[in-house]
Design a protein. Structure first.
Length: 88
């Protein structure tokens, strides 16, 4: 399963987040791509991959303390999957 996640990073915890990411303490292997808004770099938009909703919830849980706001989470599909659905 793929999930679109839009968050606002807690800039007060940015140094700690960077240290945890650099040390490998936070597992980001489930995050396939991340982009930030040019107008507000504290807003990140990522695609996460998980085997189920429960798996996703477990994977995002350690990251939540570094988010000031979780703005949006939605299940998404690849363009190939959407093409199959649209063609049916």
């Amino acid at each position: 399963m793929l999930f679109y996640v839009k968050v606002r990073i807690d800039t007060d915890k940015l140094l700690e987040l960077g240290q945890k990411l650099q040390s490998g303490e936070l597992d980001t292997s489930c995050i396939k791509a991340t982009y930030c808004l040019k107008e507000d770099p504290s807003i990140g938009m990522s695609i996460w991959e998980a085997s189920s909703q429960e798996d996703f919830d477990k994977k995002i849980a350690p990251m939540k303390k570094y988010y000031k706001d979780i703005m949006e989470i939605m299940s998404v599909i690849t363009q190939e999957e959407s093409m199959v659905i649209l063609m049916q």
